[in-house]
Design a protein around this ligand. Structure first.
Ligand SMILES: *Cc1c(COP(=O)(O)O)cnc(C)c1O
Length: 430
């Protein structure tokens, strides 16, 4: 598959090149040249397919021929080595648990898939790559874990000092080897801006191949469309009108859901659920897109002021505001509302949600007010113990720590403090 830049000022390129570059030379995000819907039989037959088979069929067109089918089968199987259960709370609301991977957030799937693609492209050790990534919380850990020990790949993670949870910080600062963590004196937006500046800095890019492992990278973004298919497999015999409420920050996940829909997956509607960083909620109300600096919330992985993937969503809907509005709603919720929702989910369903999932749950409730017949699935994007302070304070109950979390507790943190872009550059050049 070839990819074009959404800024339309750079040449089209192969999947391999799009993955290695991350961002197009004109700063545009890459987008596939075509999307061919899967045959109807694929969906009729989905009960008989394993998750790996579903994922293989769904992603094949986007990565071939650069990744041969036999290699792709292995990549998909290794990526999906854990479960994706749907838990029904009541006849109108379910949650899709995306936290059963090694770092217990949904980003494990994209990070593991991308790491294996890069590793394949670098099998003869000629393309040493530096993955430079900004994280608002969970990307860092997922990327660190997914890329640990991958030959020919150095990973540099920028995270906002004091604005990620303790467990998130441990997950990205304690691995060593080819993983380096930079602690930025600033916000996630500052981290993201530094990464973008680095990509455009020729004094850097002439010396090293930089790529991104944020959802701007097609190999990180596209595998997220699997989640929506796995949910369909689990629910389609029971519910007809399936709606997804996606807790959104950079809007990669919800945009991947829209790609699943383009592939023919019957999805009734999307709800993009926001915390107070609500540029898209405001856009859908006013048709005015006005990014604002991010504010800190208890759902920190969604503290994004200028969501990178919004432009891909515009492309999917061909910049047609009415078509977008028909298919997507968006709501924004405060931290107080989020805490109340966590408590409600716990009291009413004996289920412990993390703050991001709780925002998704609130999105479902808002949608169901107008559409009482729908079945709304909110994505539980991280395990509640990743946000232990908030969760235990709200539900007033100690949480047992899963194995994956225990494994990083008490390990020694290693990070380098940076304040300016110059600091980052000096670090990279050394
Ligand atoms: C990254 C993240 C999100 C936001 O996902 P986007 O694809 O950036 O919209 C939501 N919840 C959690 C827990 C995350 O880590």
């Amino acid at each position: 598959m070839n990819y074009y830049s959404l800024n339309k000022q750079a040449p089209n390129t192969s999947f391999k090149d799009a993955v290695i570059k991350g961002l197009a030379p004109d700063k545009g995000l890459y987008f596939p040249e075509s999307i061919t819907p899967l045959p109807k039989e694929f969906f009729y037959n989905i009960d008989n397919l394993s998750y790996s088979e579903i994922a293989f069929e769904a992603i094949k067109q986007f990565v071939s021929p650069e990744i041969p089918e036999t290699v792709l089968k292995t990549i998909v199987e290794e990526t999906l080595s854990f479960d994706f259960p749907v838990v029904e709370l009541n006849k109108n609301i379910s949650t899709l648990e995306l936290f059963h991977g090694p770092t217990m957030a949904f980003k494990d799937v994209g990070a593991r898939f991308m790491a294996r693609c890069l590793s394949y492209f670098n099998q003869d050790n000629t393309n040493e790559v530096t993955v430079l990534v900004a994280t608002s919380g969970d990307t860092g850990g997922a990327v660190a874990n997914g890329f640990l020990g991958v030959k020919g790949v150095n990973v540099v993670i920028l995270y906002p000092s004091g604005k990620v949870s303790d467990i998130q910080e441990m997950q990205l600062t304690t691995l060593g080897q080819n993983i380096k963590a930079l602690e930025v004196n600033g916000t996630f937006d500052d981290c993201q801006a530094m990464v973008k500046t680095a990509f455009l800095d020729e004094t850097l890019t002439s010396k090293m191949q930089l790529t991104s492992a944020n959802s701007i990278n097609v190999a990180r973004w596209l595998p997220q469309l699997f989640y929506f298919m796995f949910t369909y497999k689990q629910l389609h015999n029971k519910y007809e009108d399936i709606v997804f409420s996606v807790p959104s920050g950079n809007f990669g996940n919800v945009c991947a859901g829209m790609m699943a829909q383009q592939l023919g997956l019957p999805i009734k509607h999307f709800v993009a659920s926001n915390n107070e960083n609500n540029v898209v909620t405001r856009y859908l109300q006013t048709e005015l897109y006005s990014p604002k600096p991010s504010v800190q919330t208890i759902s920190n992985a969604m503290d994004v002021g200028a969501p990178s993937n919004f432009i891909r969503i515009q492309e999917i809907y061909k910049n047609n505001f009415e078509a977008l509005k028909e298919n997507v709603s968006s709501y924004s919720f405060s931290d107080d509302e989020t805490r109340e929702a966590m408590l409600e989910i716990y009291n009413d369903y004996n289920y412990v949600a993390d703050p991001h999932g709780a925002v998704g749950y609130l999105g479902c409730k808002s949608h169901l007010k107008e559409n009482p017949e729908a079945h709304c699935v909110f994505l539980e994007t991280a395990h509640p113990t990743k946000f232990l302070d908030v969760v235990e304070e709200v539900i007033k109950e100690k949480q047992p720590l899963p194995e994956q979390i225990q494994a990083v507790m008490g390990k020694e943190k290693e990070s380098v403090l940076v304040s300016t872009y110059e600091d980052l550059k000096v670090f990279l050049l050394n």
